[in-house]
Write a protein that binds this ligand. Structure first.
Ligand SMILES: Nc1ncnc2c1ncn2[C@@H]1O[C@H](COP(=O)(O)OP(=O)(O)OP(=O)(O)O)[C@@H](O)[C@H]1O
Ligand SMILES: [Mg+2]
Length: 311
């Protein structure tokens, strides 16, 4: 078993009467990419900010690399890195000047700073823009420079809060490649994202809703845990197909997806009966093979459950 690098126990944050984070507990093992998912305002950034020492927790405990994060923080902060949701580079300085500035904040100087700087410029593919002013960079470039800035001091644990928001699919992939490179160097990463294709690449995920953790596990296990299978039905009469399927016993949900219908059934059900019943209504369609539900299905399901409980 890889050793546990970060342990969080019943971490809680209240702002006045409002509880933004409620008894959140999880563990991250060395070398993992651990993804944090949840709707806007769920408490993801607040949790990370407590772990990075930006915000004092109301209750709970956390330790990283064997040190208590709230009582022995000074012994471990230098081994951690943080790229906040609104990571601000200095716009009037060049890429290199920014990295030198942030390197200095992390206590790097002299030849060590020079060599780390060259290493990260290359690794994050920002070598060609090292002399450009940050104010003129694209979002994707800015995010890669920010990642370089938060890793110059070679942290062992890295917190990335929505590092790829506003980044196009290609640059997003490059950013993930860079993250995986960091993992090969031995870094452990906690990353938040709203992008479920990205989330699928995490080793483990935690869904946070209304400040509380609702599900934690490997992406595949979480999808299997939903206990559903999904089929896509294609046919010209997709609207009629959806309406007919939605009313059938044994159908968990039937939703339009473009010009097709996405049908969710219990994992153990035999789809044959339902498909036969639809065909018997005179509807013409083709059905895909049953698949595991997606993280999006899981996300929607958890949010729906949460609303039902709150109502
Ligand atoms: N300093 C503060 N004072 C009062 N309320 C706060 C404060 N900081 C955060 N909150 C509230 O706590 C809740 C959680 O916010 P948080 O930023 O952690 O959400 P998030 O999951 O990161 O959302 P997003 O996906 O939009 O980034 C929100 O309702 C927010 O308004
Ligand atoms: Mg946030």
């Amino acid at each position: 078993m890889p050793e546990s690098v970060l342990q969080v126990e019943r971490l809680t944050k209240r702002f006045g009467d409002f509880t933004a984070v409620r008894e959140v507990s999880f563990d991250i093992a060395q070398g993992e990419i651990f993804g944090f998912l949840g709707p806007n305002g769920a408490g993801k950034s607040t949790t990370i900010r407590m772990l990075c020492g930006v915000l004092a927790p109301t209750a709970g405990r956390a330790s990283a690399l064997g040190r208590d994060l709230f009582t022995q923080a000074d012994q471990v902060r230098g081994r951690m890195g943080y790229m906040s949701q609104k990571f601000s580079l200095l716009p009037d300085l060049s890429v290199e000047e920014n990295l030198r500035f942030f390197g200095g904040l992390y206590g790097l100087a002299g030849s060590r700073l020079d060599s780390e700087l060259e290493f990260r410029l290359k690794e994050m593919q920002v070598l060609a823009i090292r002399h450009q002013l940050v104010s003129g960079l694209s979002t994707g470039e800015r995010q890669r420079v920010s990642l370089a800035a938060s890793t110059l001091h070679r942290p062992e644990v890295l917190f990335l809060d929505e590092p790829t928001s506003g980044v196009d699919p290609l640059r997003r992939r490059q950013f993930w490649d860079a993250m995986k490179e960091l993992v090969r160097e031995g870094i452990t990463i906690l990353v938040t994202t709203h992008n479920l294709a990205e989330a699928d690449q995490c080793d483990r995920l935690a869904f946070i809703l209304g400040g509380a953790l609702r599900a934690t596990g490997r992406p595949r296990d979480l999808k299997e845990g939903l206990g559903q299978q999904v089929l896509v039905l294609r046919g010209d009469a997709y609207r009629g197909l959806r309406a007919a399927a939605a009313g059938m016993p044994g159908v968990l949900s039937a939703v339009l997806q473009g010009r097709s219908v996405r049908l969710a059934l219990p994992a153990k059900a035999d789809p044959g009966g339902i498909l036969d019943s639809l065909a018997a209504l005179g509807l013409d369609f083709e059905a895909s093979e049953p698949e595991l539900p997606s993280l999006e299905d899981l996300f929607v399901d958890l949010v729906r459950l949460d609303r039902k409980e709150a109502a």
